[in-house]
Design a binder for this molecule. Structure first.
Ligand SMILES: *[C@@H]1O[C@H](CO)[C@@H](O)[C@H](O)[C@H]1NC(C)=O
Ligand SMILES: *[C@@H]1O[C@H](CO)[C@@H](O)[C@H](O)[C@H]1NC(C)=O
Ligand SMILES: *[C@@H]1O[C@H](CO)[C@@H](O)[C@H](O)[C@H]1NC(C)=O
Ligand SMILES: *[C@@H]1O[C@H](CO)[C@@H](O)[C@H](O)[C@H]1NC(C)=O
Ligand SMILES: *[C@@H]1O[C@H](CO)[C@@H](O)[C@H](O)[C@H]1NC(C)=O
Length: 507
């Protein structure tokens, strides 16, 4: 690899704050001059014509046998990129106030800014909505870095480029926040699309999508295409965007067939990962390692995050068999830069994740090419191309984040409790597909159940009960000694997800 070493130079921009979680937002984006892939825009015209000619009725849809609903209205309704998140425009209240809302499949609250904040341009003014109703209770969510606190209420919400109709839904009006809204984002709220079990303060707060399914009568399925493949941050002139199709599947957004994997448990979108490959090399770990303590598909997480053991094995495989780069690159603290156009893509291997197929004795694999996980970041002076490693380690499970999702059209088929992956039409650069799906493979060599039980959760509850007990004991002692009241407020039992774009609380 001597030739690569010679063209490789470490970024002078090392002083960039790469403080694990905040780094994506600290990269000076202004100098980014990279062009988004030529085929970034799906040529819907062409696809539509093909589809129409085979079916006089227009597009036929898996979840709409009559073929009368067109999901093309929902194509390209997302904006953003993996680094700062993908968002959709929503109209909240009466009359509607338009806000950009981050699409997050890793949480379950619909929460929007309802007070000014330095990093957001506008917010939802509850006083100007005649239909807003406060429940009088407050909700808070606390993360390692940042938190929000707000008022739980209900209001009428519609999505201009979404399903027809208005949904009366729970909404958290964020009144105080710290570190939740970040510099450079263009969204003012979050749409949690996961299951009620993750909703705050408890699972009785019906998530938006559950309300939409019930009130609009749309099928219990949504699908997501995110189009920023290989870019951590897009330029404002050439935004990648994507599509969130609520109620079905839009054939114009993918190619080939959809491969499905069961949803192991309905809280996050938890799936079962059977195997990881770097190039042709199997990491050879026990499959329970890949699912420790869960494996989820989360659009609100930027990177592919791997449990520590898996991450270490991956780096080992990289450095021994493929490409030797400073450990600072693998750990995400430094960028790798090559002279313009000299990026040695061929020395980097493809990354494959094997997922359990619906037939549990089989699996299929989703593969991303290096162009997706060696992510173009910026171009400090126009002579070099710089990249960041799109994989990081995690202490709370494997997360298939935006870095991987951008290669695929991902179908969240809640009705049939399964997640589907198909080749995304926008994961193409210079005419080459950046992702691949293959199968079926035999899963005979893998354990029948790789998902760890959620022992972790009761365990945390035990910890929180112990802490509460200690707290009460201290309180009693204080009462006895000082005869003064003590306000004991704890958030024991929280786990946070440090490098998520949006960090989640596990109940
Ligand atoms: C899309 O495809 C149609 C039909 O092949 C073609 O006429 C049109 O120019 C294409 N549009 C773009 C933007 O490439
Ligand atoms: C929404 O309504 C319009 C006009 O009635 C119709 O053409 C379109 O197919 C509808 N879309 C959905 C997703 O139902
Ligand atoms: C990665 O996958 C692509 C698409 O199948 C293939 O063309 C390429 O040769 C693979 N790269 C390596 C290093 O195996
Ligand atoms: C599931 O896969 C196994 C192994 O490939 C095969 O023998 C079996 O027939 C399949 N079952 C079904 C229901 O397709
Ligand atoms: C695998 O184990 C998990 C955790 O114990 C359990 O929830 C799940 O139902 C099991 N799956 C199968 C197919 O047995």
């Amino acid at each position: 690899m001597a030739s690569t070493a010679s063209v490789l130079m470490w970024a002078f921009a090392v002083s960039l704050c790469f403080d694990v979680s905040m780094c994506y937002f600290s990269i000076p984006m202004k100098v980014y001059t990279g062009k988004f892939g030529v085929s970034s825009d799906v040529n819907l015209t062409a696809l539509l014509q093909v589809s129409s000619s085979s079916n006089g009725n227009g597009l036929s849809l898996a979840s709409d046998p009559t073929g009368t609903v067109s999901f093309l209205d929902m194509a390209n309704n997302l904006y953003g990129d993996s680094g700062r998140g993908y968002y959709i425009e929503m109209s909240i209240g009466t009359p509607g106030q338009k806000l950009n809302i981050l699409v997050d499949t890793g949480s379950s609250n619909f929460a929007v800014a309802a007070a000014p904040h330095p990093f957001i341009t506008h917010y939802f003014n509850t006083a100007l909505s005649s239909t807003y109703q406060s429940s009088g209770s407050t909700v808070d969510a606390k993360y390692t870095q940042g938190n929000w606190e707000g008022e739980l209420g209900t209001d009428h919400v519609s999505i201009p480029k979404g399903p027809n109709g208005t949904v009366i839904t729970n909404i958290v009006a964020i009144l105080f926040s710290d570190g939740f809204f970040l510099s450079g984002i263009n969204w003012q709220g979050i749409l949690g699309l996961a299951y009620p079990m993750l909703a705050q303060p408890d699972s009785t707060v019906e998530p938006f999508f559950n309300s939409a399914v019930q009130q609009l009568g749309i099928p219990d399925i949504f699908s997501l295409q995110m189009c920023g493949a290989g870019l951590l941050a897009s330029s404002t002139i050439d935004p990648p965007g994507g599509s969130l199709v609520m109620g079905g599947i839009e054939p114009a957004l993918y190619q080939g067939s959809i491969w499905y994997t069961p949803i192991v448990e309905e809280w996050y979108y938890q799936v079962e990962v059977l195997k990881l490959e770097v190039g042709d090399q199997n990491l050879q770990l026990d499959c329970s390692e890949y699912n420790k303590d869960k494996a989820i598909v989360d659009s609100g997480t930027t990177l592919l995050r791997l449990p520590v053991n898996v991450f270490n094995a991956l780096i080992e495989a990289f450095t021994h068999s493929f490409v030797e780069l400073s450990s600072d690159f693998w750990s995400g603290t430094k960028l790798a830069c090559w002279f313009k156009g000299k990026t040695p893509w061929r020395v980097f291997p493809n990354l494959s994740i094997y997922l359990r197929a619906m037939n549990s004795s089989q699996s299929f694999r989703i593969t991303i090419l290096p162009q997706m996980y060696i992510q173009s970041v910026m171009d400090p002076d126009g002579t070099v191309d710089c990249y960041r490693f799109g994989v990081s380690s995690s202490v709370n499970g494997l997360v298939i984040g935006a870095t991987v999702m951008e290669g695929f059209y991902v179908v969240f088929d809640r009705a049939q409790r399964r997640l589907g992956f198909a080749l995304s039409n926008c994961a193409v650069k210079d005419g080459t597909a950046l992702s691949e799906i293959a199968g079926p493979f035999s899963a005979a060599d893998v354990a029948t159940n790789c998902s760890s039980s959620r022992l972790m959760v009761p365990f945390l509850w035990i910890i929180s009960y112990v802490l509460i007990a200690i707290c009460i004991a201290v309180l009693l002692i204080l009462l006895l000694l000082l005869l003064l009241p003590c306000h004991c407020r704890g958030h024991a039992g929280e786990i946070t997800d440090e490098s998520s774009l949006v960090r989640h609380r596990i109940k």
